[in-house]
Write a protein that binds this ligand. Structure first.
Ligand code: OGA
Ligand code: NI
Length: 350
C-alpha cells in the first residue's frame, strides 16, 4: 500500500506579512542541493540561445530558420520567439488582468484557492517533503484547453474581463504551439505532422500565471526552484520589466533576458521523451528579487492526456534504442514526484 504523505501547507505568499527577513517562514529557506543559493545570481552570464522568427517557420524556404531552431532545441532546449503574430495589446491585456487578480484583497483571491488534491486553482505549489523548500511564488493554475475541461469555478470573475482575455490568449497560443510543433517535426527529419499526430485527438493546454512578490531574503529563498516542465512545450510570457528566469546548460546557469514582444519557448519533458532525448528539456529556475515583484504567464502545451506517449517509433532503431518508457497522463506523474523534490522525467528512463 502506498503511504499517504501529508502536504506541508503554506499560506499564499501574498498573505504573509513580511517587513524584514526574519518574517520569512522557515519552510521557504531550506537548502535543497539545487545549487548554492548564496551565489550572486546577477553575476551570471546571459544566455545567447537563438531568437527564432516565427513568421519564417512555415515558409517553404524555412531552411535557415529550421537549422537555427534545431540547434536551439539540441543545445539549449529553449529559444526566444519573435514575430509570433500575437499583438502587443493582447500580451499587455493578459498581463494586466493577471496582475489585477493578484492585487485583489486576500478574501477575493482566496475564493479561487486550490484544494489539497488538485493542482488547479490559486495558491502555492504542493510540497510533500520536509527537504523541499516552498517557492516564493503564488500561482493561478488552470486547464484552459479543451474548453470543456475548464473548471470555471476557479476562473476569476474579477477583473471582469479576466476570463475573456485568458480565453483569447489561449486560442492565440494554441495556434503558435501547432506551428512550432510542426517545425520541430521537420527538424527531426520527419513529416510536418509527425509530433502533432502523436498528440492524439487534441492538444491539452494549462496556464500557470505566476506572481512573485518582493522577497526580503533573495539569497536564501527561490522564487521557483530548478525544474523542467511537465509539458511538451511551454510558451512563456515574461514580465515586461523584471528579470529573474535562468536556464541551465552544461551545468551552468544563464540569465534569460527580456526581449520586447517576444515569447520564451522551452522544451518540456514530453518532447524530450518523444524525440528520444534528441531535444533537451530545459532545466530552469527563477531567482527572488528584493526590490520588485514579477509576473509571468506560462502556457503548458501537451498531448491529449489519454494518448500513450513515448519515443516516436521512427526515431528508435538498433543504434538508437528507446531511452524512455511509454506512458499516459504525464501531468499526474509530474505532480506525484515534483512535490517531493524528485525529477519526474528520471522515473521515465529505461
Ligand atoms: C513555470 C516557470 C518561469 C518564469 O511556471 O514553470 O518556469 O519566468 N516560470 O516565471
Ligand atoms: Ni517552468
Amino acid at each position: 500500500m502506498m503511504a499517504i504523505v501529508p502536504e506541508i501547507p503554506s499560506k499564499p505568499v501574498l498573505d504573509i506579512q513580511v517587513t524584514t527577513g526574519e518574517d520569512v517562514p522557515e519552510i521557504f529557506t531550506r537548502e535543497t542541493g539545487n545549487g548554492s543559493l548564496a551565489d550572486d545570481p546577477s553575476a551570471l552570464p546571459w544566455t545567447d540561445c537563438p531568437v527564432i522568427d516565427f513568421s519564417l517557420l512555415s515558409a517553404s524556404s524555412a531552411g535557415d530558420e529550421l537549422r537555427k531552431l534545431h540547434s536551439a532545441l539540441v543545445s539549449w532546449g529553449c529559444f526566444q520567439l519573435i514575430n509570433h503574430g500575437i499583438n502587443d495589446s493582447l500580451l499587455d491585456k493578459v498581463g494586466e488582468v493577471s496582475k489585477g487578480f493578484f492585487l485583489l484583497p486576500s478574501d477575493e483571491r482566496n475564493k479561487y484557492s486550490r484544494t489539497p488534491n488538485d493542482p488547479q486553482g490559486y495558491g502555492n505549489d504542493t510540497i510533500l517533503s520536509q527537504n523541499v523548500p516552498h517557492n516564493w511564488n503564488d500561482r493561478l493554475y488552470l486547464h484552459v484547453y479543451p474548453q470543456d475541461q475548464r473548471k470555471l469555478n476557479l476562473w476569476p470573475l474579477t477583473p471582469p474581463d479576466f476570463r475573456g482575455i485568458l480565453h483569447e490568449y489561449t486560442m492565440s497560443v494554441k495556434g503558435v504551439n501547432e506551428t512550432i510543433v510542426k517545425a520541430m517535426g521537420r527538424c527531426l527529419g520527419l513529416e510536418d505532422n509527425s509530433i502533432l499526430d502523436e498528440y492524439g485527438e487534441k492538444t491539452v493546454m494549462a496556464a500557470r500565471i505566476n506572481f512573485y512578490p518582493e522577497c526580503p531574503l533573495p539569497k536564501l529563498v527561490r522564487a521557483a526552484r530548478a525544474h523542467s516542465d511537465a509539458s511538451a512545450i511551454t510558451i512563456l510570457l515574461q514580465d515586461k520589466q523584471v528579470e529573474g528566469l535562468q536556464i541551465l546548460k552544461d551545468d551552468k546557469w544563464f540569465k534569460v533576458p527580456i526581449l520586447p514582444s517576444a515569447l520564451f519557448v522551452n522544451v518540456g519533458d514530453q518532447i524530450e521523451i518523444m524525440s528520444n532525448g534528441i531535444f533537451k528539456g530545459a532545466v530552469h529556475r527563477v531567482v527572488a528579487n528584493s526590490q520588485r515583484e514579477r509576473l509571468s504567464i506560462a502556457m503548458f502545451c501537451s498531448p491529449d492526456s489519454e494518448k500513450e506517449i513515448g519515443p516516436i517509433k521512427k526515431l528508435v532503431n538498433q543504434s538508437q534504442p528507446a531511452l524512455y518508457k511509454s506512458f499516459k497522463r504525464y501531468e499526474e506523474i509530474f505532480f506525484r514526484y515534483h512535490p517531493k523534490g524528485e525529477r519526474p522525467i528520471l522515473t521515465m528512463k529505461i
